[in-house]
Write a protein that binds this ligand. Structure first.
Ligand SMILES: [Mg+2]
Length: 214
């Protein structure tokens, strides 16, 4: 399809890696990793229409805190809708641009976006089961870590699925926040719940504790 001919930032057929903006970060900084659908924006089940995108305002203070102290905000999102043939990378691009635009309108920004299209239910080169880049595998976080020279151990992840937490744990992070989930202590990884305003304040405090860039 012509749709796939656009010059998208694909490093392989099923992996999008895009640096957003020009903010510079010192080596060894932690990052705030964020799932997209169901975390930054309302999950409308394979969102494919930019007009339907609606932010979840609960995430804005955390992104603002990360922007303020100078740690990269990195979106890591599974997009199996592409492997499944529901939409293509150009549609992903349009939807994602809308997410970033809405965030910008709220005065916050993202520094990198990684998206993984692989899924076993796909066709052609995207039909890969258990791809290392697809969460719960940690590939996207590790890739971002290499590109931005991150301290993954001190980095934080927020998501609405256990798979997001597993990816964080697999990448060597120590804690994650699970939207509408329950707090759980796993060996070497603590899951915090992110349900109410107190939880949100706790997340902001954890981000602020990472300290300003030197
Ligand atoms: Mg999600």
């Amino acid at each position: 399809m012509a749709e796939e001919a656009a010059p998208h930032p694909l490093v392989e057929p099923g992996l999008w890696v895009e640096r957003i903006g020009s903010r510079v970060f010192s080596p060894g900084r932690p990052a705030l990793f964020l799932d997209r659908d169901g975390t930054i924006n309302v999950d409308t089940d394979y969102p494919s229409d930019p007009a339907e995108i609606e932010l979840r305002p609960q995430m804005l203070p955390a992104i603002a805190a990360a922007n303020r102290i100078g740690i990269p905000v990195i979106v890591v999102t599974n997009q199996s809708g592409i492997a499944r043939g529901y939409f293509g990378w150009s549609t992903f691009a349009a939807v994602n641009s809308r997410v970033l635009e809405l965030l910008g309108e709220q005065g916050v920004s993202v520094d990198m976006v990684l998206a993984c299209a692989y899924h076993e239910a796909g066709a052609g080169p995207l039909a890969v089961a258990d791809h290392p880049m697809r969460t719960p595998n940690p590939g996207m976080l590790i890739e971002a870590g290499k590109r931005l020279d991150l301290d993954l151990k001190r980095s934080l992840i927020v998501g609405d699925k256990l798979a997001d937490m597993q990816a964080g744990q697999g990448a060597g992070l120590a804690q994650g926040w699970l939207v509408d989930g329950e707090a759980t202590d796993r060996p070497g990884f603590a899951i915090q719940r992110l349900c109410d305003d107190d939880d949100r304040d706790g997340l902001v405090a954890a981000i602020e504790k990472l300290g300003p860039d030197a």
